[in-house]
Design a protein around this ligand. Structure first.
Ligand code: UD1
Ligand code: MG
Length: 460
């Protein structure tokens, strides 16, 4: 098969988004609309991807930095889709097929593009079309018998042509050498005084070139984003698609309509995810992992058998978070960057862990903070205890050796080491290293003052 060069049109303004962000940079499933299109182009092994920029060009080009096989061409001013393609063809080679995509049509699938390329076969003009009861606003496919004659834009169509329900999606595959010649012959004698790419159909017919249509009925694949409403609708379509894929792979979802992946999620066997969970960045769930309702999990690895109870927030950012095998986290727990928890660790409600490691079987079950700490095996970290890791200028480490029992409401002033097997009396403020095996008490001694008279309210 011939080489495929993809051209992505992304110069349009996107006025109806009512946003200062260029339209194609708005996010869907955690990725820019334009990035979805580029990623799909890479799936079909495009030789190169040319992005036509215009409105917000600098911002768009900046987000594309560093992607191989990718090149930007500016279209200034924007005189229509045909004019956009005229800017692109000088960087294309005649031995390829040009596949035209739109930067604001994010859900086009690789298998559909593949079918279109097969139809093109290196020699025909192949159009992706949609059969729809709502053709308003789109270019219509005018046929004579079954043969495609032209695409007529909505604004140029006769009342009869407006009845046609087969529309042009904005996506075509065409041999580059033919496209180049046709583009040179375009004019702007139409209702919008624009150079229409769609006019190449008439020129192809005049030249005796076959014009073929691959007609689909899945509107979501070719729907564009013009308004925040459409963006939200396509976001849902995308999430439902992902939900289906996960369920087909065996993942059990509480409700596929309440499941959001804004990055890359991988799941082992027998994973269960309850409603309203959001996954961001790169998340890996091992075999048998269960995620309770209303969890937000980003950049984390959850090992086999671990249970994340409802309302837990995990974000590894760049350092990552790991939750060990058979660990129990939450409800209402917060794991921050660098929280690395080994097997069978328990983290309970309102416990925050940051940049700390906890060895096998350690527990912090209630209302606690562990920051910049190294915690040994089987440590019990009492309710309300905190590591005072920050002196106002620098962070310091707390080391808690194996089998230490930290009583409730302790303050561990770092840097400090709690010796193995030691016990810290509740309410202690620990400022010095503690002796292994010993009970350490660091608080005022309890006294009782007998016959204490409480103050009484004075009468005025
Ligand atoms: C276009 C098609 C129409 C089709 C519809 C599908 C033409 C003339 N018409 O119409 O047949 O049904 O798409 O959505 O092609 N763009 C540029 N430079 C420009 C103008 C547009 O890069 O000068 C880009 C836009 O950013 C967008 C794409 O081309 O990504 C389509 O442009 P748009 O203005 O939305 O074309 P439509 O009028 O919708
Ligand atoms: Mg459009």
């Amino acid at each position: 098969m011939a080489f495929v060069d993809v051209v992505v049109m992304a110069a349009g303004k996107g006025t109806r988004m009512k946003s200062s962000i260029p339209k194609v940079l708005h996010h869907l499933g955690g990725r820019a609309l334009l990035q979805h299109v580029i990623d799909t182009a890479m799936q079909i092994k495009a030789r190169r991807v040319v992005v036509i920029t215009g409105h917000g060009a600098e911002q768009v080009e900046a987000t594309l930095q560093g992607q191989a096989h990718l090149q930007c061409v500016r279209q200034m001013p924007q005189l229509g889709t045909g004019h956009a393609m005229q800017q692109a063809v000088p960087v294309l080679d005649d031995d390829g097929i040009t596949l035209v995509l739109s930067g604001d049509v994010p859900l086009i699938q690789a298998y559909t593009l593949q079918a279109l390329l097969t139809l093109c076969d290196g020699q025909h003009l192949a159009l992706l079309t949609l059969q729809t009861p709502q053709p308003h606003g789109y270019g219509r496919l005018v046929r004579q018998g079954s043969a495609v004659q032209a695409i007529v834009e909505d604004k140029d169509a006769t009342p009869e042509q407006r009845q046609i329900q087969e529309i042009y999606s904005g996506i075509m595959a065409v041999p580059t050498r033919l496209l180049r010649a046709w583009l040179a012959r375009l004019d702007n004698h139409n209702a919008q005084q624009e150079y229409y790419l769609t006019d190449v159909v008439k020129l192809a017919v005049a030249d005796g070139c076959h014009v073929l249509a691959h007609c689909i009925d899945q509107a979501w694949q070719v729907e564009g984003v013009n308004t925040p409403v459409q963006l939200a609708q396509l976001e849902r379509a995308y999430q439902q698609l992902q939900a289906q894929t996960f369920m087909l792979a065996g993942v059990r979802l509480g409700d596929p309509a309440r499941f959001d992946v804004r990055g890359s999620l991988s799941c082992g066997a027998d994973v269960q995810i309850d409603v309203n969970c959001v996954f961001e960045g790169v998340v890996r769930l091992g075999d048998g992992v269960r995620i309770g309702a209303n969890c937000v999990i980003a950049n984390a690895v959850i090992e086999a058998g671990a249970i994340i109870h409802p309302f837990t927030h995990i974000d590894g950012e760049t350092l990552g978070v790991t939750v060990g095998q058979d660990a129990r986290i939450g409800p209402f727990a917060r794991l921050r960057p660098g929280a690395h928890l080994s097997e069978e660790v328990h983290i309970g409600n309102f416990v925050e862990v940051k940049n700390s490691s906890m060895a096998k079987g350690s527990k912090a079950n209630h209302l606690a903070y562990l920051g910049d700490a190294t915690i040994g095996e089987r440590v019990n970290y009492g309710a309300g205890s905190i590591t005072a890791n920050y002196d106002g200028a620098n962070k310091h480490r707390t080391v808690i050796e194996a089998d230490v029992h930290v009583g409730s409401n302790s303050v561990l002033v770092a840097p400090v080491t709690l010796g193995a097997g030691g016990t810290i009396a509740g309410g202690s403020t620990i400022t010095k290293d503690t002796v292994p095996g010993a009970l350490t008490v660091a608080r005022g001694k309890q006294t009782s003052i007998a016959n204490w008279q409480r103050p009484v309210k004075t009468k005025t």
